[in-house]
Design a protein around this ligand. Structure first.
Ligand SMILES: Cc1ncc(COP(=O)(O)O)c(C=O)c1O
Length: 432
């Protein structure tokens, strides 16, 4: 492997940032990609390109990436068969005035691989389809309350439940309520409290912690006993945990499900799917937009799903995630840090989890700094792709070993602050 890590500094990144800061509110289009999630002053801010699992920043520093476009790049950057499919489609048309056969072909593929998929619609972002699912559930049940668990995107119905809810009319507050994962009583309590009003339970079937035995089946039963729909938000788990998503992996089929991220290897495509009888209510629900059916993303999804089927890419991703998690945790333990840090996952995502304490963000930042220094770009949410092979995982583990050694030295000397070469990262903007 050519040299990875901070070789050239971040001058060009910083120049772009100066231009952006008076022009682009928040400086970024996506909070998770913005500089608060990386050590400001040390980490690069702008990436220029990717190849496989390697990304190159605008200053020509190279890294093994674990952000992978926030989990969207499931096979790898610049992936040959997917790129060819996109280029072939580009030569035909990007978006047309009528429908395109790809809408039918990709819908058929989705129906083939996703257990609940009897009928299919597409969106562009995950938020499009979670919001469509909620509107559809309200229309189908003629009820108004939504119970949710997890993160579901930027639209009003969900963001009203978070701290960052400026601009959303408080009147919406009563319509979405949160329950706790793996806590069936917290769901039961809400269902009883809003008896006869709950349209749907929408949840991520799994985050980092696996569901307790029967939890997902119990949620489904409870929802159905009370006339509510079960929606699995598989924007993150879909095309990652298993080809048929978490619903296939855990054997619980929801009424509706939403997908996004990994399905099109980085192209913007999301999916709303589920039981035909419920989905047919879309005849009455408004869900329609200019770029619905845009074909580069559909061509990319078709090639991505075909690749996943042919090469069983998800098995590889999970094997590499397991290797990273198991060996990484052994290294953490060797350095006496397992009380503070652990690697969890690894199916949906691989997470470095830090025990909450006043210096948590400092520890997280210091470890990120040392990993970036040595050529590993990792963020709060990390994803292994099909392009991460054993060689890159081994390299990552070697870097982790050296970085943890620096971390434990700095902690013992009480020099974390002194040795941090930039601003500590901020908490992730969302808690899920
Ligand atoms: C589970 C889940 N649902 C919905 C969303 C929203 O997707 P998007 O950011 O593409 O709108 C996300 C995004 O991270 C997600 O993780």
């Amino acid at each position: 492997m050519d040299k990875l890590g901070m070789v050239n500094g971040i001058q060009i990144s910083e120049r772009y940032w100066q231009r952006a800061s008076s022009l682009i509110p928040c400086g970024t289009q996506c909070l998770s990609k913005g500089p608060t999630q990386f050590i400001e002053g040390y980490a690069p801010k702008y990436l220029a390109r990717g190849d496989g699992c390697i990304v190159t920043d605008v200053d020509e520093n190279r890294f093994i990436d674990y952000g992978m476009g926030l989990g969207a790049v499931s096979l790898g950057y610049h992936y040959p068969t997917v790129n060819s499919a996109i280029i072939n489609q580009l030569n035909e048309a990007i978006t047309l005035t009528m429908m395109h056969p790809l809408e039918v072909e990709v819908s058929e593929l989705i129906r083939e691989v996703i257990p609940c998929a009897e009928s299919v619609r597409f969106g562009k972002n995950g938020s499009d389809v979670t919001s469509a699912a909620v509107r559809l559930a309200r229309a189908y049940t003629r009820r108004d309350i939504i119970l949710c668990g997890g993160y579901h995107g930027w639209h009003d119905w969900y963001v009203i439940t978070t701290d960052r809810n400026a601009g959303i009319p408080p009147v919406l507050e009563g319509l979405t309520k949160k329950f706790s994962y793996n806590d069936i009583d917290s769901l039961r309590m809400l269902i009883n409290k809003y008896k006869g009003r709950v349209a749907a339970v929408i949840m991520e079937p799994v985050g980092v912690i696996h569901p307790q035995p029967n939890f997902l089946a119990d949620v489904k039963q409870l929802a159905h006993d009370n006339g509510a729909l079960l929606i699995f938000d598989e924007v993150l788990t879909g095309f990652r945990i298993a080809l048929g998503g978490a619903q296939q992996y855990y054997g619980v089929t929801p009424d509706l499900a939403t997908f996004g991220k990994a399905v099109a290897n980085g192209m913007p495509l999301s999916i709303l799917t589920g039981k035909a009888e419920i989905m047919s209510e879309l005849e009455n629900v408004f869900f329609s937009f200019t770029f619905g059916g845009e074909m580069l993303s559909l061509a990319s999804a078709k090639a991505t799903i075909e690749e996943m089927k042919t090469h069983r890419t998800i098995d590889h991703v999970n094997a590499m995630g397991k290797l990273l998690m198991e060996q990484g945790n052994a290294i953490i333990e060797k350095h006496g840090l397992s009380e503070r840090i652990s690697i969890q996952g690894p199916r949906a995502k691989t997470l470095f989890v830090y025990r909450e304490s006043p210096d948590t963000l400092l520890i997280k930042s210091f470890l990120q700094q040392e990993m970036i220094r040595r050529g590993i770009l990792f963020t709060s949410y990390n994803y292994v792709s099909y392009s991460h092979k054993e060689e890159q995982i081994q390299y990552t583990l070697d870097v982790l070993e050296d970085s943890l050694s620096e971390l434990s030295k700095a902690m013992k000397q009480n020099k974390l602050v002194e040795k941090l070469e930039g601003k500590a990262v901020a908490p992730v903007f969302r808690k899920a």
